[in-house]
Design a protein around this ligand. Sequence first.
Ligand SMILES: [Zn+2]
Length: 339
Amino acid sequence: MSRLNRACLLTFFLCWAGTLPFSPGHAQEKIRQYRIIDVHEHIQDKWQALKYFTAIKNNSISSIVLVGSPDQVLFEPKDGLTGFTGFEKNNSELLEISKMYPGKFHAFASFSPDDERMLEKLKSFLKRGGKGLKLYNGHYWFYDFYQIPLDAPHMMPVFEWCEKNRVPIIFHANARYYWPQLKHILDTYPELIVNLPHFCMSLIDLDRIATIFNSYPNVYSDISCGEGELAYTTLEYISRYWELYRGLIKTYKDRFLFGTDMVLTHAPEKDENYVTNVFVCYRKMLENKTYTGVLIDQYLEDNQIVKTKENSLFNGLQLDTDTLDHLYEINSKNFLGIP
Ligand SMILES: [Zn+2]
């Protein structure tokens, strides 16, 4: 997508709803165009990257952060967690994608929580064109498996170096379960640029989110909520308390980031349509009064639940254009250090 002048873009409106599979039927609905920077997507390999392009075109996406993923995140093994594997290959794929489509994708490396050579490997990744670090140390799967604290001795030099060199981190860290460890890191390195995704993994604790934002001006949080049951329950919860979440995002409008946290693999159902529909679903959640979408339908279908208005039509947040400008673009640029 050409990088059109922002002022010019404001004059463009896209007749969006008419083309959407989950449109509530308002064919005349006009949707304002943005230049969205999505900060949180997983992808198996370069062969999947083209699947983003229809979504990019139809949803005003200007660029996407691809986060390194181990096999355990890409394929969710049914027989329980067996460690953190395959991430080096995925890191390399992300670098290749970012080179194939310059400016469209930003690559963030991931490393095993117990990797004592993480800093050295991160430096090499950044030299090869990477833009940041993705950590899973505060994801309860890996936390339970490795039993390594977030502020483990081998991790603190990584945070110190990232702070000093302004390297952004997407830190999957449950700010409720592991708060003392996370707080220790944030207190020690207050200039560290961090995205604590998924509402800081503290969706139900708005006070915790407010405390984090009030205390640490360099912490952001993306609004992604994954796929499957996690997505459905999160969207349902936000719908139920939509006024609270609308208030929270407006109060901290310079701290929330856009991302969907899709895990794009070779799986046939993860096709171009699916990708487009996920973006549409999130945009409607943020912009519309009510909405439904693929993340809701998918959960109901997977669980053989009959779709009704009550279980599929959710309240959106109806955010104003200034808040959306921040969430979609301004905050992501600040997070990534894009002028
Ligand atoms: Zn993720």
